[in-house]
Write a protein that binds this ligand. Structure first.
Ligand code: AMP
Length: 479
């Protein structure tokens, strides 16, 4: 298929695709759209960035464009693992549905009050985009019926599995009619996912567009292995290594994402980078939705150069043109490695990905990643600037006056313990707090981060108009 006009898509959908500037269908679109338009189930094995959103959105809009939803009975359902992905799918859908004036869509994601949502569902929704948890909340409150669902999409099922949503997905499948059409997407096919697709998909067209666990050839990957001087100072030294790796990229670094395995580290690393003059902001699941959306927009628009992220927060986000990825931690599994570095080296552009290995456990985890991607990643030396900075920490401990003026106070005082306050942030607590901290260490800034409700805040994507009969409804599962 060389053009969209060769598909049996509704003319208004074709016009919207033309407006979006798409000339040629991507491989997942070329293979999925014809099957989806014929009403067949599809099992798509594809990653983010392959154009999979259009591969399910265009047939859904085409199929539903002329009908009308009944109150409380959505005609189609798109399930996404995270709020961000759901919001992104909703935004993309708006583009493809721009000429589908009577089609209504609603977004049901977490972190917002129920108020107003039931009312919108009552009006009738053609396309419901939701995270699994709150969709079930609505169902259990008796405000939603899933017996009118004609087409159901499960997006990023591998992520659903990571986040423990598979039982919810199964429950939702059972609440929808047996006759529904299912379009199911996953980057990988874990046995648990295979089991679900075997049970709930009927003779699906199996479409695989990217081989499992491959990484882009356009991305230069390297790993920096070092051994911390002392265990108690390992985290501080790791941040020094990260800063120097970033600084060493010079002008070549237009923007980058630093990945951490833990939310607490996301906050610490972002603060540390900021204190040392880098333009960095954190994003993870404990930050409230409007905040996350704002930070992402700033990053997309180039107002923030470095995003410090957890896997959950970053998965599935369409962030084009990232020049650098820094794995502050070796990812917990190979899929996360592939996802992380898949954010650079896109669309033929060159990218760079660095991983920091600190302990023998990191080395072993990284060796497992290399084995699975079937690639030996080049080792790089610790940057000289990092070596110098680390050795200055040693000097200061020995009482060397050296460069006291330029050194942060933390480097001259007590060694860092894993639970101590992150002195890299440069914040100096009042003496009373210091005394208290010496008795009972303050928790990590990341662990202290409050899970904020949306309160009165209305995220930007909720405010967007969506045509006369459309509504934005939100609620759902916290990633
Ligand atoms: P997705 O994998 O659906 O998140 O899509 C990744 C990116 O590719 C998005 O920015 C889409 O707007 C873009 N895209 C999707 N399909 C096409 C196409 N056929 N031609 C050009 N760009 C596309």
């Amino acid at each position: 298929m060389t053009s969209f006009s060769g598909f049996d898509l509704e003319p208004r959908v074709l016009s919207a695709v033309a407006d979006a500037g798409y000339k040629t269908p991507t491989p997942i679109q070329a293979e999925t759209i014809p099957h989806a338009l014929k009403g067949r189930d599809v099992l798509g094995i594809a990653q983010t960035g392959t154009g999979k959103t259009a591969s399910f959105a265009l047939p859904i809009i085409s199929a539903l464009i002329n009908g009308r939803a009944r109150a409380r009975m959505p005609r189609s359902l798109i399930l996404c693992p995270t709020r961000e992905l759901a919001a992104q799918v909703a935004d993309t859908l708006d583009i493809y549905a721009r000429y589908a004036d009577h089609l209504s869509r609603a977004l049901l994601i977490g972190g917002v009050r129920f108020e107003g949502q039931d009312q919108l569902i009552d009006k009738g929704v053609d396309i419901l985009i939701a995270t699994p948890g709150r969709l079930l909340d609505h169902f259990e409150r008796g405000r939603l019926l899933l017996t009118g669902v004609q087409i159901m999409v499960v997006d990023e099922a591998d992520r659903m599995l990571d986040m423990g949503f598979i039982p919810d997905i199964e429950k939702i499948f059972r609440l929808t009619p047996f006759t529904r059409q299912t379009l199911f997407f996953s980057a990988t096919m874990a046995p648990e996912i295979e089991r679900v697709t075997d049970e709930f998909l009927q003779n699906p067209a199996r479409i695989e567009v990217a081989p499992r666990a491959t990484t882009s050839e356009n991305t230069a990957q390297s790993v920096c292995t070092f051994k911390a001087g002392r265990k108690t100072r390992a985290a501080k030294e790791k941040r020094i290594v990260l800063r120097n790796l970033i600084a060493g990229q010079g002008e070549g670094l237009t923007n980058g994402i630093v990945f951490c395995n833990r939310k607490s580290d996301v906050d610490i690393v972002a603060k540390s980078l900021k204190v040392h003059g880098f333009d960095a902001k954190p994003i993870h699941g404990d930050l409230d939705q409007s905040h996350r959306t704002r930070v992402l927009d700033e990053f997309r628009q180039g107002q923030v150069k470095l995003l410090v992220a957890s896997d959950v927060a970053a998965r599935g986000l369409d962030i084009p043109n990232v020049s650098h990825i820094f794995n502050y931690d070796v990812p917990n599994n190979v899929e996360n490695y592939v996802h992380r570095i898949g954010r650079t080296g896109r669309a033929g552009r060159a990218g760079s990905a660095f991983t920091i290995c600190l302990s023998p456990a990191d080395d072993a985890a990284f060796a497992a990643v290399e084995e699975l991607i079937n690639l030996r990643i080049s080792r790089i030396e610790l940057p000289d600037t990092a070596k110098e900075e680390i050795s200055r920490l040693d000097d200061s401990r020995k009482g060397t006056k050296g460069d006291r003026k330029t050194k942060p106070r933390s480097a001259r005082t007590k060694p860092e313990t894993p639970k101590s306050k992150d002195r890299d942030t440069g914040s100096r607590p009042p003496r009373s707090q210091t005394r208290q901290a010496s008795r009972k260490p303050a928790p990590d800034p990341g662990e202290r981060a409050t899970v904020l409700g949306m309160g009165q805040h209305m995220p930007e994507f909720m405010k967007k108009p969506f045509g006369p009969n459309r509504a934005s409804v939100q609620s759902g599962q916290e990633p």
